[in-house]
Structure formats: structure tokens, C-alpha cells
Ligand binder design. Structure first.
Ligand code: F6R
Length: 262
């Protein structure tokens, strides 16, 4: 796991955006795994800007979103489908047929989830997966005690996640759907490269447990310690509970020239 601590969330997002742009430029038909939430917003803004001003072309890119609330239609403003269109897809040139988001209205959840997994496989697997992290250590919506080998399936949100996400529902936690479809931890672990972003003091504990704690389903993100190519971009606030901070800075400052680009 490469841990990069930046002075603020803007510089972390800039680094992550450069990485995504580089991946898309070197493999125009890249398969991207995408996240919603507050964390990747600046990353999406930067990618939109690169598309509009630097010719970053998404016309062959395929995308798979991590998760969706069950019971919300794509046109519901709180759905992740709506979020992605508003904040990214409607501003870049990814063909509609290349966009995949779990269907929160599906009549048959198990068969939808199976087909989602198969679709990822048929696309050649996810080249680069963007992740945020929940304050309880979830990735996707894999809440604590999720199987570390799990695949796309239904999950029930923890009360902590419901409270954290109420801000997207006008602060009313009774409006947050309790059930979601999420890629599993096993699905996420199959991505060739993972880029995880985390900002703010609220994430500091989860970040420390993910990077330096034991691997445990109580902290689903800790499974990433097994992933061969995960880059974590965090701001100083989110790094506050790490023990090895100065080592991560030391490593980053001394990266061999040939490694700086990968
Ligand atoms: C979103 C997702 C979640 C979020 C996490 C952090 O698609 O899968 O794991 O990344 O809940 O959310 P924010 O970024 O809003 O703090």
C-alpha cells in the first residue's frame, strides 16, 4: 500500500486525477470503478476540466459504480445514479451504454448482482478502482463484518453510515434507505489498481485502522493490505492517527525517478 499524505484535499484530488488521466491516456478503453459521496467530487471536477480543456477522451472508457440505494429510482436526486450523472457523466463523453450502476429498483436483486459481476468480468475486469472510506471503515457499502471475499450483493447499512449519509437527505436520517446493492470486498480486490481517497479528521481513525491495524472484517478497508497495488491519498487531518506518518513522507520524498510516474 502506498500512502501519500498531502497538505490538503485539493492536492490529493489533483494527484488522483492525474493518475486516472494517465491510465485513460495509456489505455483509452480503461475500465474504471467509481465511487460517489463527498470525497471524489473534486477528483471528478478535475477530470471534467481535463476533458474540456486538455482533450482527455472518455469515449472508449467503461465504468462500474460501487453501489446504489435500494428503492431509489435513477431520477431520485439522492440516488447514486443521479449523483454520477450530475457530477461526472453529463460533463464527459462516456457513452451511456458503457456506464454501469447497480439498479436500486431491480425486481430480482440476487440475479442482478450475479449479472453485475459477470458484466465486470466480460469487460475484462476493473483497471482502476476509485474508493472513499466510511468513518466505520467501510469500502463500497461493505459494512463491518462483511466477508472479505464478498461479491456484489445486498447489504444493510449500519446506523453510523445512515447518520453519516443523512447529510445527503436534508439531514433527515429516516429518509436514508437502509438497504443497498454494493460490489463486494472480493469484487473490489480484483481491481488491478485501487486509488483510495480520504479527507478530514472524521476519517482519521478508519484510515489508521485500514493502513496500520490488523486485517479484520471489522474494518473492511483493512483487506486492502492484501492488495498488490493500492494507492492511498489522504490529507493531513485524515492522517492524524497514523503512527508511521514520517515514514510515509520519507518514502514519498525519496521515490526513485522511474517510480514517480506509476
Ligand atoms: C460511495 C461509497 C462509500 C463512500 C464512503 C465515504 O459510493 O462506496 O464507501 O466512499 O461512504 O463517503 P464520503 O465520501 O461521502 O465521506
Amino acid at each position: 500500500m502506498e500512502v501519500v499524505i498531502t497538505k490538503d484535499s485539493l492536492s490529493a484530488s489533483a494527484k488522483a486525477a492525474d493518475l486516472v488521466a494517465k491510465a485513460v491516456r495509456s489505455k483509452p478503453d480503461s475500465v474504471l470503478g467509481l465511487a460517489t459521496g463527498g470525497t471524489p467530487l473534486e477528483l471528478y471536477k478535475r477530470l471534467i476540466n481535463m476533458h474540456k480543456n486538455e482533450g482527455l477522451d472518455f469515449s472508449k472508457v467503461k465504468t462500474f459504480n460501487l453501489d446504489e440505494y435500494i428503492g431509489l429510482k435513477p431520477e431520485d436526486r439522492q440516488s447514486y445514479n443521479y449523483f454520477m450523472r450530475e457530477n461526472f457523466f453529463s460533463h464527459v463523453n462516456i457513452p451511456d451504454e458503457n456506464i454501469n450502476i447497480p439498479d436500486g429498483m431491480t425486481a430480482n436483486i440476487p440475479s442482478f448482482c450475479k449479472e453485475y459481476e459477470e458484466k465486470i468480468k466480460r469487460a475484462g475486469g476493473i483497471d482502476l478502482q476509485i474508493l472513499g472510506i466510511g468513518s466505520d471503515g467501510h469500502i463500497g457499502f461493505n459494512e463491518p463484518t462483511s466477508s472479505l471475499a464478498s461479491r456484489t450483493r445486498i447489504k444493510t447499512l449500519t446506523q453510523k453510515t445512515v447518520c453519516d449519509n443523512a447529510r445527503f437527505f436534508g439531514g433527515d436520517k429516516s429518509l436514508v434507505p437502509l438497504h443497498v446493492i454494493t460490489m463486494g470486498i472480493g469484487t473490489i480486490m480484483d481491481a488491478k489498481t485501487i486509488v483510495l481517497l480520504a479527507f478530514g479528521k472524521n476519517k482519521a481513525e478508519a484510515v489508521a485502522k485500514m493502513i496500520e491495524g490488523p486485517i479484520t472484517s471489522m474494518v473492511p478497508a483493512s483487506a486492502l493490505q492484501f492488495h498488490p497495488r493500492t494507492k492511498v491519498f489522504i490529507d493531513r487531518d485524515a492522517s492524524e492517527k497514523l503512527v508511521n506518518t514520517s515514514y510515509y513522507d520519507w518514502v514519498f520524498e525519496r521515490k526513485p525517478e522511474w517510480q514517480k510516474d506509476i
